[in-house]
Every structure is written in structure tokens, then in C-alpha cells.
Design a protein around this ligand. Structure first.
Ligand code: GRG
Length: 301
């Protein structure tokens, strides 16, 4: 990878690396039932942006670590993200027929196989971290910290808790703090895991881990606010108009509470705060993380 390449090339190259490794990471066709493997691969390779694994690699790089050693944690977080999307789309949850422009997993493989593919990806994520940490001689205490954090941030106190709060909130989220709780757990927690795992693999200090946590919390919330804004402003002509007049506005989102312009401003503030956390914690090579924070704010999908 060319040191001075632009952020778009960096993202493209890192995403291809992740995709090659994901292809190799799932047990061979003769080791597991073929339909289960197909169902897992279908969603893993369905065209995600690979944001979380790229953050793992960029965090390792920001400390001068090698991306190779960080790959297993990067694969693990993408497997957990993928399982969460498969389960989120099920009839018992969002009941979606399409994701990323393709039929959802249960539409192709049936509900039972989609549940099992999600379960298998969740479990395989932990196997992937532990097995390849051994291969790369990652010290055992770092591996234990990574596994502990992955369990917490993807589980009940993390992403699953955020999803449960979101489901319960469908009865009526009335305060911005309740919405922030949902976003912080449903979205930011896996992003925080990604950054801290990359940091831990590259030997981050406690101060640097705290900075990565702040960075992840802020860009995760900014990412979700921007998602809500992008959802709402299919066309820019809606900017400046009161959000209540938008016919698409049925969900309780950040713009619902504070309006579109204030939401855009809030996402910008969070991005600045995220970058500041990194800039004050003495990272030897912070450039990619800073560029990624800016890139996420400029995305249009
Ligand atoms: C079912 C346990 C369980 C959790 C589901 C991830 C999730 C929690 C729900 C999906 C709906 C949603 C909007 C979640 C917020 C997080 C988020 C923005 C997910 C989409 O992430 P991207 O944009 O997805 O990185 P791609 O498709 O690029 O991988």
C-alpha cells in the first residue's frame, strides 16, 4: 500500500484485503453443511462497506502495527456485524426483503437457515480471533482483553442491548437521551470495539485506548446521525424546511428531535471531537484515522 495514497484508494485496498481473507475464513465446504456455508457466505460477501474491519486495520496502523496481525479481529467484527444484519432482517425483527439491493438472507435460504447462519457467524468470530492470534503470537493477555471486549460490546451490554432498546422504543422514544442510548449501543459499540482491538494488537497504552474509545463513540454517533439525515434528505431541497413536514419522517430519529440542520452540525461537532481525541494522545501515525473520520462525514450512502 502506497503511504501517500488517498483515502479512497486506502479504503478500496483494505476492503479487498478483508474480502480475500473473509473468503478464506469460513470452514471448507466439506467441513460444514453446504447450505449453511452458502448462507453465511451470501451475506458476508454481499457488498458491505467494510467500515468496521477497515477501522481495526487503521487503528493498528496508527500505532505503527502491522495490518496482517490485525486481520483476524477485523474479520471477527465483520462476521458479527453480518450476523446482526441477517437477524435484524428476519420477520420477527424488521421483516425486510432487501438489503444492499439484494434479497435478504432468509428470503433466499429460509428463516431457519438464516438464523443458523447468523449464529454460526457470531460463534466463528470468536474462533477466528483466538485461533489466528496464536498464529501471529499475539500475547495471551491482549487476546483475553480483546475477547472480553468483543463479548461485552457485541452482547447484552452492547449491540444486542441497543437492538433490544430500539425494539422496546418502538412503543415511543420520547427523549433524545433514549435515542442516544440506542445509537451508542446499536452502532457505536462495534465501532469502538474495532478501534480498540486494532489498538490492542499494536500495543496501545491505556491513554491511547481511551482516545480510541472516545474517537469510536463520537464517529459512531456521527455515523448514525448522518444515516438518519441521509435517509431523510433524498434531495437537498428539503434542507431548511421543518422536519415535521417531511412525509418520510415517521421514525423517531436525531433530526426528529433537533431538525436536519442541527443534526448535520452535531455530526460535524462529533467528528471534530473524535479527531481531537486522537490528536491529543500521541499516536505515531494518526493520519488514516483522521482521514477516515472526515471521509465518513462526506459519504452519501
Ligand atoms: C439483531 C442483535 C441484532 C442486532 C442488530 C446492526 C443492527 C443491530 C441493526 C441494523 C439496522 C441499523 C440501522 C443499525 C445501526 C447500525 C448500522 C448503521 C448498520 C449499517 O452499517 P453499515 O452502513 O452497513 O456499515 P454495510 O451494509 O455497509 O455493512
Amino acid at each position: 500500500m502506497n503511504e501517500s495514497s488517498g483515502i479512497r484508494e486506502y479504503i478500496r485496498d483494505m476492503a479487498s484485503l478483508i474480502e480475500r481473507e473473509l473468503q478464506l475464513s469460513i470452514p471448507s465446504p466439506w467441513a460444514i453443511p453446504a447450505p449453511l456455508r452458502e448462507s453465511m457466505m451470501y451475506s458476508l460477501m454481499a457488498g458491505g462497506k467494510r467500515l468496521r474491519p477497515i477501522l481495526v486495520l487503521a487503528a493498528a496502523e496508527s500505532l505503527g502495527g502491522s495490518p496482517e496481525a490485525a486481520v483476524p479481529a477485523a474479520l471477527a467484527v465483520e462476521m458479527i456485524h453480518t450476523y446482526s444484519l441477517i437477524h435484524d432482517d428476519l420477520p420477527a425483527m424488521d421483516n425486510d426483503d432487501f438489503r444492499r439491493g439484494k434479497p435478504t438472507n432468509h428470503k433466499v435460504y429460509g428463516e431457519a437457515m438464516a438464523i443458523l447462519a447468523g449464529d454460526a457467524l457470531l460463534t466463528h468470530a470468536f474462533y477466528s480471533v483466538v485461533q489466528s492470534a496464536k498464529k501471529h503470537n499475539i500475547p495471551a493477555d491482549r487476546v483475553v482483553d480483546i475477547v472480553e471486549e468483543l463479548s461485552r460490546l457485541s452482547g447484552a451490554p452492547g449491540m444486542v442491548g441497543g437492538q433490544a432498546a430500539d425494539m422496546l422504543g418502538e412503543q415511543g422514544v420520547t427523549k433524545l437521551e433514549e435515542l442516544e442510548y440506542i445509537h451508542l449501543h446499536k452502532t457505536s459499540d462495534l465501532i469502538v470495539f474495532s478501534l480498540k482491538a486494532g489498538g490492542r494488537i499494536a500495543g496501545a497504552t491505556e491513554t491511547q485506548l481511551a482516545a480510541l474509545e472516545r474517537f469510536g463513540t463520537c464517529i459512531g454517533l456521527a455515523f448514525q446521525i448522518q444515516d438518519d439525515v441521509l435517509d431523510l434528505i433524498g434531495d437537498e431541497s428539503k434542507l431548511g424546511k421543518p422536519v415535521q413536514s417531511d412525509v418520510k419522517q415517521q421514525k423517531v430519529t436525531y433530526p426528529y428531535f433537533i431538525g436536519i440542520e442541527a443534526s448535520i452540525a452535531k455530526a460535524g461537532e462529533l467528528t471534530r471531537e473524535a479527531k481531537q481525541a486522537i490528536l491529543t494522545a500521541d499516536f505515531p501515525r494518526p493520519e488514516r484515522l483522521l482521514e477516515l473520520a472526515d471521509y465518513l462525514m462526506k459519504r452519501d450512502h
